[in-house]
Design a protein around this ligand. Structure first.
Ligand SMILES: *Cc1c(COP(=O)(O)O)cnc(C)c1O
Length: 463
């Protein structure tokens, strides 16, 4: 039975958590300087004696919470982070209490069963072939690594080479074709798998960052092609359908990095962007970005179960694979938290319609954000096809200073980037919590920040 003081400890954690959620909109979106400085409080040698639960929770609440980034609120537009649906978060709290290891069915029937349910739902939502299997990992980076590993195993096997047995040294070659604006995590995955930068065939991108189809080299059966559903800057989508047709005609392997953009397949109005994804061999996508599950939840989907399982080989005399779906056969990790529970909760709460509305809402808010900014004299540098907006002022200095002012004001938070050599403010609308009021306040903050930037620049110019 739970001891009284333990019950009180969880009550304390819940009280802190609830008051955090209650005040999220009053917080500076990025922590104030003083709060970051106060993190020094944690710098101490590990004491000989321990600390009580209530004391350490109080420390977290006092010094930790103020140094958080308010990404579960409606005005965090930095990176492509996404907020947290409360139903999914609450399910995650419960699942934390269960403390399940989702490596094998034998370790947790419930964790694994809910993953199989999610697998079916996702295959259905994204309209992928029925034979697809899923694995849950920490994020799209790892999901991509899994997909590319399956591709490597398969493309070498076709050339009579067993990479698990014979290794990579002396192996036949694989051609790797990807867009010059592929996400850095793809390059990381390739490097880990033994493919260096100099060995990649980079396809030039257009001004939106899309692979130019007429610049695609001719393909053959040794080709691993990687395309992108959602450019991390512009949000643009590669011409996936055309690339998929060419890859399958050549009998190569196509991986789609759809970290945040693959979800567009669930919306009637956005689906044109992902046309043809069902012809690919593997897909990586995040739950923690667009879908707004809490961190962390990355998803690998693969059409060829045996290829993924071969790449993620796991054996040991004490491991018992049942007839059930076995998570650890599809991912890098063995022991793993039961992130399928939060994923299941998010999908179950939303339903098909809710997922579609979420996608459409993110797009709508990005669209009106861009429109309002344009009306205020800002320049929009990209086509707002989904949730990303790139903004510039009259000069690079003005753009950079405006961004600094926006970040310092704390009303909202955006990052900076360079697009076609031009400094830009990058907005990613990916929190389900964002509403029209948030957009309005953020646009006001942009306008004030630019006003101040202009004033400072003119003083500098005349002074
Ligand atoms: C965020 C992102 C990734 C990496 O995903 P993580 O979940 O952070 O590992 C990969 N590709 C694209 C396009 C992304 O936006």
């Amino acid at each position: 039975m739970l001891k009284r003081e333990d019950r009180e400890l969880f009550q304390q954690a819940m009280d802190y958590g609830l008051s955090y959620m209650d005040t999220i909109d009053q917080r500076s979106v990025f922590p104030e300087k003083g709060a970051v400085k106060d993190l020094q409080f944690f710098n101490e040698p590990l004491s000989a004696e321990g600390t009580t639960g209530p004391e350490l929770l109080a420390m977290l609440n006092r010094y930790g919470a103020p140094a958080t980034v308010a990404q579960t609120g409606g005005r965090y537009f930095g990176f492509v982070n996404g907020g947290a649906l409360v139903e999914s978060l609450a399910a995650g709290w419960l699942a934390s209490v269960w403390d399940q290891n989702a490596a094998l069915y034998l370790m947790s029937p419930v964790a694994v069963h809910l993953e199989t349910v999610c697998q079916q739902w996702l295959v259905d939502l994204f309209n992928l072939p029925d034979e697809c299997v899923m694995g849950l990992v920490g994020g799209s980076s790892t999901a991509t690594l899994c997909g590319l590993a399956a591709a490597r195993t398969t493309l070498l096997k076709k050339q009579g080479w067993d990479v698990n047995e014979q290794g990579l040294q002396g192996a036949p070659s694989i051609r790797i074709i990807l867009g010059e604006q592929a996400h850095s995590s793809v390059l990381k995955g390739l490097a880990i798998l033994g493919f260096g930068r100099a060995q990649l065939e980079l396809v030039p991108a257009d001004s939106e960052g899309r692979m130019m189809i007429d610049k695609l080299p001719s393909l053959d059966e040794t080709c691993l092609v990687i395309c992108q559903a959602g450019n991390v800057n512009s949000g643009a989508f590669d011409p996936i359908g055309q690339i998929a047709d060419l890859t399958s005609q050549a009998d190569g392997w196509l991986h789609v990095d759809g970290a945040f953009g693959l979800w567009c397949a669930c919306s009637q109005s956005r689906r044109y962007l992902t046309r043809g994804i069902e012809k690919a061999d593997s897909w990586s996508v995040d739950g923690h970005k667009t879908l707004n599950t809490p961190y962390d939840c990355g998803i690998i989907l693969c059409r060829h179960q045996s290829a993924l399982a071969a790449a993620m080989q796991a054996a040991g005399s004490y491991l018992h694979y049942s007839d059930h779906y076995e998570p650890m056969a599809h991912v890098v990790e063995m022991s793993r938290r039961a992130r399928g529970i939060e994923l299941w909760a998010a999908l179950k709460m939303l339903g098909r319609k809710g997922v579609e509305q979420l996608i459409d809402r993110l797009h709508y808010h990005a669209f009106i954000f861009a429109g309002e900014l344009e009306a205020h004299g800002f320049q929009i540098l990209n086509e707002v096809v989904f949730n990303q907006v790139l903004v510039a002022c009259s000069s690079p200095e003005e753009t950079e200073l405006t961004l600094q002012n926006i970040q310092a004001a704390g009303t909202c938070w955006c990052g900076g980037t360079k697009i076609n050599g031009k400094a830009a403010i990058r907005i990613s609308v990916c929190s389900a919590a964002t509403d029209e009021n948030d957009i309005k306040h953020s646009v006001d903050s942009f306008a004030a920040a630019r006003q101040a930037a202009k004033k400072k620049l003119s003083e500098k110019g005349s002074g």
